[in-house]
Design a protein around this ligand. Structure first.
Ligand code: C2E
Ligand code: MG
Ligand code: MG
Ligand code: MG
Length: 281
């Protein structure tokens, strides 16, 4: 009897502990197994060009199919991946999988389609980044301008080793560069003169604030002007409703990404792409 009670108490104790520091350790343990267990999946969110009236690209966004917790978004595990040194392997998988998927779409006839892949500042600092990315793109037989690498302004600000050199090399090989979450950091616009960039993405926080034609943030107007002045492609992120789409279109923003067009979904096939074009047009 006494023995059984003790056992239960021990069990209760360990259950309480789980609400404390154990989850992180469990999560870390699970994260180490995620890659070998094939638990990661890429979702793709289309980027729609108003001018061309079709999907021109798709951003690859990682998801973790956790065996107990279900589908997890990057916000709940990418920091841990970075802290535990797992990011390198995960990033390599993302690049490989994104290019594999894109080559399938190209083979199916959508040869104009681009894919955008997020690269963290830490991953960008790896000396072999350019070589690794070029190798993957070449191995999948993709035109290099079909890949766009998304970096945040942090990469440009944090003095990542060899950042200018790497951007130049990537651009020389034809790979495209986008600045993600543009306008959200304390950045100097001066880098736009010296860094070879193709695209800026207006952060969704600015889009969210759009409440009609006469309430457009001057920041959005400024960003549209910057894109035009520097001859950069512009993508509005997080476009959720038709009012936002109309306001942005009138301002001259061509490419859009957001729930209005489609949520990120697993492996878009060309049928699905056509459905999106329908919904958007
Ligand atoms: P991000 O690159 O700025 O990606 C856009 C985020 O906004 C995505 O969140 C997307 O699902 C979400 N989103 C798209 N449209 C809408 C909309 O209309 N409304 C709202 N409210 N949200 C929208 P997600 O997938 O959770 O990714 C979050 C961040 O995690 C990404 O932000 C990116 O910085 C990072 N991330 C995602 N995948 C990867 C990856 O493979 N590698 C790295 N290094 N980072 C990644
Ligand atoms: Mg992104
Ligand atoms: Mg963004
Ligand atoms: Mg972001």
């Amino acid at each position: 009897e006494v023995k059984a009670k003790g056992k239960n108490a021990a069990r209760a104790f360990s259950a309480d502990m789980r609400t404390g520091f154990l989850p992180r350790l469990e999560l870390e343990r699970d994260l180490r197994r995620a890659l070998p267990n094939d638990e990661f999946v890429l979702h793709f969110q289309p980027q729609y060009s108003l001018r061309l009236g079709r999907v021109v690209g798709a951003e690859a966004l990682i998801r973790w199919r956790h065996p107990q917790h279900g589908l997890m978004n990057p916000g709940s595990f990418m920091d841990l991946a970075e802290e535990t040194g797992l990011m390198g392997a995960i990033s390599a998988w993302v690049m490989e999988e994104a290019c594999r998927q894109l080559s399938l779409w190209h083979a199916a006839g959508s040869t104009d389609l681009r894919v955008a892949v997020n690269v963290s500042p830490h991953e960008f600092s790896r000396p072999d980044l350019v070589q690794r990315v070029s190798e993957i793109v070449a191995r999948h037989g993709l035109p290099r301008e079909a890949l766009e690498i998304e970096i945040t302004e942090n990469v440009l600000l944090q003095d990542v080793p060899g950042v200018v050199e790497k951007l130049r090399l990537l651009r020389q090989t034809g790979i495209r560069i986008a600045i993600d979450d543009f306008g959200t950091r304390y950045s100097s616009l001066n880098y736009l003169r010296s860094f070879p960039i193709n695209t800026i993405k207006i952060d969704q926080s600015f889009i969210r604030d759009i409440e009609g034609d006469d309430s457009v943030s001057p920041i959005i107007v400024a960003i549209v002007g910057i894109a035009r002045g520097f001859n950069l492609d512009l993508v509005a992120e997080g476009v959720e409703n038709d009012m936002q789409r109309r306001v942005l279109a009138r301002l001259g923003c061509d490419e859009m990404q957001g729930y209005l067009f489609a949520r990120p979904t697993p492996a878009i096939d060309m049928d699905a792409t056509r459905r999106w074009e329908h919904a958007a047009g």
